[in-house]
Design a protein around this ligand. Structure first.
Ligand code: HGY
Ligand code: MN
Ligand code: MN
Ligand code: MN
Length: 427
């Protein structure tokens, strides 16, 4: 590696862990739920405050900042050959309700610190280096996962859909984006990256699983990202009085939803592989009164697998179950909408090699592994050779307040990222 030729370099090759932890802690205070949980929803006041915080840190690191129509934020360290496709890294800072303070954040604040480490060690990039904070990786507000990176990857259907999308308070994406200072010209195809934007993309992220911690391994080198899909379903029934309506007269939309939720579990378990997973994370009953038979139910299903066909088969069976449950119970299947049904992504061999040699130079233990969580990398892989660096997290906990990664593990991840970026930049 160009950096660690002699001891002098390696001693200056240090992460400012204290400052980085302070930043992680401060960022976690921009939240709509009480600490230790974090809730940071797209374009909310706390999201806007957090964005300002990130831009300020990018500025302090000497990065030139630009933002696109939906608020993807790019901090650039210009290289000696700025016309070459740049090397990029980054992640997200939005947080689902009552989650933790490391998911995504480690890959944004850690990326800025990786730039600082490279600057402190006297490194000079050839290809420019971009740190990207992606807008809305989480599907919370508009039901669209990886909204910013999906758009960067050139999703025409999303660029169109965003003009009609509203959240469950009936606030349109356009209004919310404008209120946050974005969507100036309402043409989201401006966001699309071209194929020469980046020569590589690398994301640092907590594992969100227990493998690295259980096996005492410092670094995960991700070889593939599992294929995610999400489905929205509505059932409709007659509802009625919980006391006066006898059971034979009922067509209970709530029970239809409950039966379908169990069918989701059945269909993923019968796939024949432990890699197929399914979750009913949202289940709402209307009118939601104890003494009123649910006349409407709304479910949102998240199902994934590292094998796309196996996942799609599970989706087909879930659809068949929804239809048969509605017929048997005399409940109407008002909507069965597949919101996204994404293919998996493979990491690029050259990026895997760069991450592997960085880890070896740093004498860190590592393991090649699959990411069962999705990330912005899933979409950036459509625009550039992609790689992901995992660090261990406490008991694999994520998407809950107990989420934790140690300053030492974070520092290891930042150093591997810094060396990887350096290598890819001088390529
Ligand atoms: O759900 C996921 O896989 C990601 O953490 N948003
Ligand atoms: Mn997440
Ligand atoms: Mn994440
Ligand atoms: Mn335009």
């Amino acid at each position: 590696f160009p950096l660690l030729e002699d001891d002098h370099d390696s001693s200056s090759f240090t992460v400012d862990s204290l400052n980085l932890q302070k930043q992680i802690d401060e960022l976690s205070t921009f939240s709509d739920s009480p600490l230790p949980s974090v809730t940071r929803i797209l374009y909310s006041d706390n999201d806007v405050r957090a964005r300002r915080f990130i831009k300020n840190l990018m500025g302090l690191s000497g990065l030139s900042i630009r933002e696109d129509d939906v608020g993807n934020i790019f901090g650039r360290w210009e290289g000696s050959e700025p016309d070459l496709p740049a090397v990029s890294t980054g992640s997200h800072i939005d947080a689902i309700p009552y989650s933790g303070k490391y998911d995504g954040v480690v890959g944004v604040l850690g990326a800025i610190e990786a730039i600082n480490v490279l600057k402190r060690s006297g490194f000079k990039p050839k290809r420019s280096l971009d740190v990207i904070m992606f807008t809305s990786e989480e599907p919370t507000r508009y039901g669209i996962s990886c909204l910013g990176s999906r758009l960067l990857a050139g999703s025409v259907s999303l660029a169109t859909a965003l003009k009609q999308t509203v959240d469950n308070q009936n606030i349109s994406f356009l209004d919310a984006a404008k209120a946050a200072g974005y969507a100036k010209n309402e043409d989201f195809s401006d966001v699309f990256l071209n194929d020469r934007s980046y020569s590589a993309f690398v994301e640092l992220h907590i594992e969100q699983g227990p493998i690295l911690e259980n096996e005492g391994i410092s670094i995960g080198i991700v070889t593939a990202i599992a294929a995610p899909a999400s489905i929205k379903i509505d059932f409709g029934g007659n509802g009625g009085h919980a006391g006066a309506t006898l059971m034979p007269q009922r067509n209970d939309a709530g029970l239809a939803a409950a039966e379908l939720a169990l069918a989701v579990e059945k269909h993923v378990l019968e796939s024949g592989s432990v890699d197929t997973v399914g979750t009913v994370g949202i289940l709402e009953l209307h009118p939601g009164a104890i003494n009123s038979i649910p006349s409407k139910s709304h479910l949102e299903i998240d199902t994934r697998d590292i094998d796309e066909n196996r996942r799609n088969k599970a989706i087909e069976k879930i659809h068949e179950s929804a239809v048969s449950i509605s017929k048997r119970r005399g409940v109407e299947l008002l909507e069965f909408k597949i919101v996204n049904q994404d293919p998996p992504a493979l990491s690029d061999e050259s990026v895997i090699q760069a991450m592997e040699s960085a880890t070896q130079v740093l004498n860190l233990s590592y393991k090649k592994m699959i990411s069962r969580a999705y990330h912005d990398s899933l979409f950036m892989a459509r625009k550039a050779p992609m790689g992901m660096i995992f660090i261990p997290c406490y008991k694999g906990y994520s998407h809950k307040p107990e989420e934790y990664a140690s300053p030492e593990d974070i520092a290891n991840g930042v150093k591997v990222l810094a060396l990887t970026l350096a290598k890819l930049s001088i390529n």
